[in-house]
Design a protein around this ligand. Sequence first.
Ligand SMILES: Cc1cc2nc3c(=O)[nH]c(=O)nc-3n(C[C@H](O)[C@H](O)[C@H](O)COP(=O)(O)O)c2cc1C
Length: 241
Amino acid sequence: MTYQEVNKSRRSIRDFKKTKVSEELIHQILAEALEAPSSSNTQPFKVVVATGEILNKIGEELTEKYNISLSLKKKNIFQKLITAYKHKLKPNSIYKTIQGKYPGIYQERRVKTAIGLYKVLGISKKDRLERDLQMAKNFSFFGAPVAIWIFADPKMKYTSLVDTGLFMQNLMLSATDKGLGTCAQGALNLWREPVDTYFSIPEEYELVCGLSLGYPSSEKVNTYRPEKISVEELLIPLKEK
Ligand SMILES: Cc1cc2nc3c(=O)[nH]c(=O)nc-3n(C[C@H](O)[C@H](O)[C@H](O)COP(=O)(O)O)c2cc1C
């Protein structure tokens, strides 16, 4: 594929074939991701690659946490606190994702993107149960045989996030080039205990994002192409004199 083809065909994949991805291919993709630029070449990131039985176990534990967190809605504040404490539901502390509404225009774009996705899936916006079920699929990696968690060293402050993003994009484009699909998932940033159970993550590293990796299935969900803003909207105009 040419760069243009890879760039255009990379889209978030939310249904994967069970087909395994070879260790050699995963290694190649990670090596290509490492070609990304980083601030003073510090490369302040590390990754966990989970497959097979360990991935299944992490998926089960994350799904359990998600289901318990859903059940909190029906509880009073006291029960909420006890349940959250007992099941370690406190979200990831340093690299937080926004819980609830996004500010201003970002909520509008978010809703538009979500409605487009639900339309492809045949889910009505009002169907909370179906939407929760779709959300739950994040925690079984949309059926992908590989999941990758990206950790960064917060001592490198904001550049650790910039560098991690560049690394992730290289990874996703490299995977696309090999006929694979990916979905970056903030959802996999919520709880890290299940990953910590199986991997020796250096203490100073914080979880930034997870992503699923595998061969895309032919399910309709993978045809979704959310609209991007135009170059005109992107550009900041000159000040008017
Ligand atoms: C940091 C980050 C977090 C994301 N989290 C999720 C997620 O938890 N679940 C999901 O289905 N998609 C997630 N996505 C995918 C976005 O929804 C997707 O990139 C966006 O809608 C644009 O679509 P495209 O990737 O197909 O171009 C995430 C993407 C990024 C970059």
